[in-house]
Design a protein around this ligand. Structure first.
Ligand code: FDP
Length: 342
């Protein structure tokens, strides 16, 4: 059965803003200081600033490259750079974090001396799907929040290298036909749609659950020549006809993780970026992409695996570590794991 989404009714008829939603949940924890709500407000502000820039991209002279090469060896787009600077600027002055890390920056990002530090660690992929920026296809921002594990003014690398299951929140923003922010604090996944006329995110997708099985698979088939046999066998199986089992699956691939994951979250199915002969660890980054999406997937009753075990159990050894990823509907991910183990 298809779920139809929309704002849930409120007693005052105003709608539930992102801030109100987080505040109400915080009140359930008497020890809460409001710090977490404060951090979220800054992330949401950055998302609105980025969304506004994305919407004007063709007009504002910010399409194209900066000329720089990032830590991943990729050409930096102007919008990538804008999104990265915006997130850092919005969050660093707020006093809620002790350290940050960005997919675009080689080392950890410390809070300048002029600002206080706080107990949280924020990691983010400021603009996911860079190759889709110039062609007006959905792009996104991904973020992950941990509690610090070190003491002292500044956070350290150890605060960033925590396993995914230690995340206290994760989310993403999709700049698509509308701008949406989806987040979890581990118990339930909630989606908010930006109303650009008021500049607020309103609850539109309450308690999202991934269907246990879907009808689509999402993978870059252009890499098929480099795949290992288990991946080739799995994809061939997904494409083989078995009407009773609902196969063949349809292929959907945007090439922006946020967009491919968002569709999978709402409709079910499986997204994969496996390792291959050239890149055994695949392409996607554990800390900025896979772990936050895995927290969301599991909180929505789906699953996320590297083909062997839970993504959330992986202990990162470096800031920019990569991992193979199979994510989405519980039964579809279980099928993938079965093939990977064969
Ligand atoms: P991009 O390089 O365009 O920023 O990790 C980045 C990412 O996009 C993901 O968003 C996306 O799922 C994947 O790479 C696409 O990679 P391919 O072009 O190799 O399919």
């Amino acid at each position: 059965m298809e779920t139809s989404w929309g704002p849930p009714p409120t007693t005052d008829g105003i709608g539930t803003t992102l801030e109100r939603h987080i505040l109400e949940r915080q009140r359930a924890h008497p020890q809460a200081t409001g710090d977490f709500t404060g951090l979220f407000q800054q992330v949401a502000l950055a998302a609105k600033l980025i969304a506004s820039r994305v919407n004007q991209a063709g007009l504002a002279g910010i399409l194209g490259l900066t000329g720089a090469i990032n830590v991943q060896g990729e050409e930096v787009q102007k919008l990538d750079d804008f999104a990265n600077r915006t997130l850092i600027k919005c969050v660093e002055a707020s006093g809620h974090v002790c350290v940050m890390a960005s997919e675009e920056v080689e080392e950890i990002i410390l809070v300048p001396e002029r600002y206080p530090t706080g107990k949280y660690v924020l990691m983010f992929d400021p603009l996911d799907g860079s190759t889709n920026i110039d062609v007006n296809v959905s792009i996104g921002t991904i973020f992950s929040v941990h509690r610090r594990v070190t003491v002292g003014r500044d956070g350290t690398l150890a605060d960033c290298l925590q396993r995914g299951s230690a995340q206290i929140a994760a989310g993403y923003v999709i700049y698509g036909s509308s701008t949406m922010l989806v987040y979890t604090t581990g118990d339930g996944v909630h989606g908010f749609t930006l109303d650009p006329s008021v500049g607020e995110f309103f609850l539109s997708h309450e308690n999202i659950r991934i269907p246990p099985r879907g009808k689509t698979y999402s993978i870059n088939e252009g890499n098929a020549g480099k795949w290992d046999k288990p991946v080739s066998d799995w994809v061939s199986w997904l494409k083989s006809a078995d009407a009773e089992a609902g196969r063949p699956y349809a292929l959907r691939y945007v090439g922006t993780l946020v967009a491919d994951f968002h569709r999978t979250l709402l409709k079910g199915g499986v997204f994969a970026y496996p390792g291959d002969k050239k890149s055994p660890q695949g392409k996607l980054r554990l800390l900025y992409e896979c772990a936050p999406m895995a927290l969301i997937a599991e909180a929505a009753r789906g699953a996320a695996s590297d083909g062997k075990g839970r993504i959330l159990d992986i202990v990162p050894t470096e800031l920019h570590a990569r991992t193979p990823l199979f994510i989405g509907s519980r039964d579809d991910v279980a099928d993938a794991i079965r093939f990977m183990g064969s």
